[in-house]
Design a protein around this ligand. Structure first.
Ligand SMILES: [Fe+2]
Ligand SMILES: [Fe+2]
Length: 209
């Protein structure tokens, strides 16, 4: 949804393709965690400054994952090189990130338990962003039509424009295999995909990883 001034907030009024928007969020996440280091290094720590940085960062991490799950991964499953494995990995990583975020929310800001939970979320997110950038995003640029990437970019921006906090949003973990099955049930089979009714996900070997 465009704002009154015609811009899509957060993206400078420009709607590039979805892979660029995701990458842009990833860059912002890295900067915010670096800024959090600076706040942690202060003595004494300014708890309100930490909270002011963390609340929007934590919300955006949750919302970014959900936006990807609603808008990006369903289409990656049509165009990726090894989309099922990449998507299973991504949803599992998103769960790890969520676990850290939601654990942090259970502790007072800037306590040791809070910093530990934030650290877990950061490490999980950092690992995931690298994989997502080198696999899913790269695959999508190589295989998905530019018009689709732009159309999904508009949807991604719209979702994040409409959701500034996680209030009313289901941020619970998702079962990776259930997610892939659900998405694939709604997809048209690709011409080069084995015609097995679309239910074979090749995920048996991934179980228990
Ligand atoms: Fe991402
Ligand atoms: Fe992701």
């Amino acid at each position: 949804m465009r704002l009154r001034d015609g811009s899509l907030s957060g993206y400078g009024g420009v709607v590039p393709d979805i892979t660029r928007l995701i990458l842009q969020d990833h860059t912002w996440f890295r900067w915010q965690f670096a800024a959090l280091d600076d706040l942690q290094a202060r003595n004494p720590v300014d708890v309100e400054a930490v909270r002011a940085l963390w609340d929007p960062l934590s919300a955006r991490l949750d919302l970014h994952a959900i936006a990807e799950e609603q808008i990006f991964y369903p289409r990656l499953l049509e165009f990726g090189e090894d989309p099922e494995a990449e998507t299973l990995d991504a949803i599992s990583d998103h769960n790890d990130i969520r676990d850290g975020l939601h654990d942090a929310a259970r502790h007072p800001v800037a306590t040791q338990q809070w910093w530990d939970a934030v650290r877990r979320a950061r490490v999980a997110n950092d690992e995931h962003m690298g994989e997502e950038e080198n696999e899913g995003l790269a695959d999508f640029r190589l295989r998905a039509p530019p018009a689709l990437r732009e159309s999904l970019g508009a949807q991604f921006a719209e979702y994040l424009d409409q959701h500034r906090t996680t209030q009313g949003v289901d941020t619970s973990d998702k079962d990776p295999e259930g997610y892939v099955r659900e998405v694939e049930r709604g997809l048209q089979p690709r011409q080069d995909r084995p015609t097995d009714g679309g239910t074979s996900l090749g995920i048996g070997s991934l179980k228990g990883r």
